[in-house]
Design a protein around this ligand. Sequence first.
Ligand SMILES: [Fe+2]
Length: 190
Amino acid sequence: MDSVRNLVHGAGLGLRRSFLSEIVEQPPSDVGFYEVAPENWMTIGGKFGKQFRAMTERFAFVCHGLSLSIGSSDALDEQFVRDLKLFMREHGIRFYSEHLSYCSHGGHLYDLMPMPFTQDAVKHVAGRIRRVQDILEQRIAIENISYYAAPGQEMREIDFFNAVVSEADCDVLIDINNIYVNSVNHGYDA
Ligand SMILES: [Fe+2]
């Protein structure tokens, strides 16, 4: 895990289908690892599937998820987590992160919505993170998001984040830009 975690601090590249062919043929030499949204690749077969496989066989990959909706009050999509586990095993991907937010409420919202910074929300989301880690049989990392509003705020963002991480016993993916943006929008010391 540590070697992959260290790669995240190096030069990473988000892999998109639009430039996959180009990269498979001439992989850039200065890319330390590739980052993919697993949702975009889990169900891909055919030519793209083969090209993706050719890449994961040769290079280090990490998964940065977009649609788990870990903070939602909807039921956790455990089938997605099981499919993700298979996908990661198949491609030798050891690292998975998601956003501390939700993106569904009886249907997809296509945005990373801010969770209420409350003790109840800490319990709720930490339990779901633990469940995901149980299914995956590995730790996951949670990323701090930028937020436009803090509905029902009872605690500071930093205290909420720390409480979730400690109660869920998960890893952290820090988005420094989000911290800066939030500090400007919400007037705190980054
Ligand atoms: Fe992110």
